[in-house]
Write a protein that binds this ligand. Structure first.
Ligand code: 13P
Ligand code: SF4
Length: 299
């Protein structure tokens, strides 16, 4: 029996669901039951009745699923698929920063370890960051860890945003010159970029959107051509869902090596061996869950 058939059979036997982020390899996206952005993946992890979730993404995503679903088995096929941005903040460093700004609400991007979520008031994703910030009672917001998302949000709120100095190494490979070059070659194309991009790239965009936001936008837009400023994995669904439209990556270098670690072979191994189980210590999980729940309740 081939890999794909074995995965489908085991998935049934184990009452499992496969969730995949929009940046996963194409064959991993194709075998998944749900493919989406960080927000959609969190929502699906909660609403699913599956007993086992095979999470094809990076560490913080599988952790979020485990935080929200303590009764389900959450499996991460490749443990080394870690997001470098999430590693740019620790609970100890956040504790110190919070002392400097005792009146600020702490809004943390989902790209954080569970231990950092546990110290935050509310989580956000790229799909809802502006809304989350604007509903906080506090006038000051300590926004961690993505400084680019923080600066983008700062442009859309009256609140004082205090950014952390983290960033996504993959989105930092997209340069303003890349966008300008593509625009020169495709003058009719709309420029869609992710808010993790550098501010000088964001300022060139027609639309600044989460990955699923880009998918939704491209579908309903009357434009036929788009320049895409995010990780290349998104091109798979953009092309699949929009025959007749053309998508040009801003640069061929925007590949997240961590997102590409999961393969059909590792998904099969995960299902066969029930590995690697992601469990969050209960004292951290309860506090991290309240930050995620607040986000899910509001949006
Ligand atoms: P979204 O898919 O939520 O826009 O996030 C992008 C990302 O970098 C995930 O690591
Ligand atoms: Fe982390 Fe960037 Fe990769 Fe997303 S694309 S997982 S933020 S390194």
């Amino acid at each position: 029996m081939d890999e794909l058939k074995k995965i489908l059979q085991l998935k049934k036997e184990r009452k499992a669901i496969i969730l995949a982020h929009n940046y996963q390899r194409s064959d991993v996206q194709d075998v998944a039951d749900f493919v989406g952005d960080s927000f959609g993946l969190s929502q699906t992890a909660v609403s699913s009745v599956a007993e086992t979730i095979v999470f094809c993404g990076v560490d913080f995503m599988a952790e979020s699923a485990a935080i929200l679903n303590p009764e389900k088995t959450v499996l991460m096929p490749e443990l080394s698929a870690q997001c470098p941005m999430a590693a740019m903040i620790t609970p100890a460093s956040l504790r110190l920063e919070k002392k400097k700004y005792p009146d600020a609400a702490v809004v943390c991007y989902v790209n954080t370890p569970a231990s950092v979520k546990a110290q935050s008031d509310i989580c956000c994703t790229s799909a809802n960051a502006i809304k989350v910030v604007n509903v906080q009672e506090e006038d000051e917001i300590l926004f961690v860890p993505d400084r680019n998302l923080a600066l983008y949000v700062a442009k859309h709120t009256d609140k004082k945003i205090i950014p952390w100095n983290g960033y996504c190494p993959t989105h930092h490979l997209i340069l303003p010159g890349d966008i300008l070059l593509e625009k020169e070659e495709h003058p009719e194309a709309e420029i869609l970029v992710h808010p993790e991009c550098r501010p000088d790239v964001v300022s060139l965009a027609d639309q600044v959107l989460s990955t699923s936001g880009m998918l939704k936008y491209a579908k309903q837009s009357t434009s036929k051509e788009f320049i895409i400023g995010t990780e290349l994995g998104l091109l798979h669904r953009l092309n699949q869902e929009n025959p007749g439209k053309l998508f040009f990556p801003a640069t061929k270098y925007a590949v997240c090596p961590n997102m590409k670690m999961n393969t059909l072979a590792s998904i099969l191994r995960a299902l066969e061996n029930n590995e690697h189980i992601i469990k969050i210590p209960e004292n951290i999980r309860i506090r991290a869950k309240s930050a995620l729940d607040r986000m899910l309740e509001v949006f």
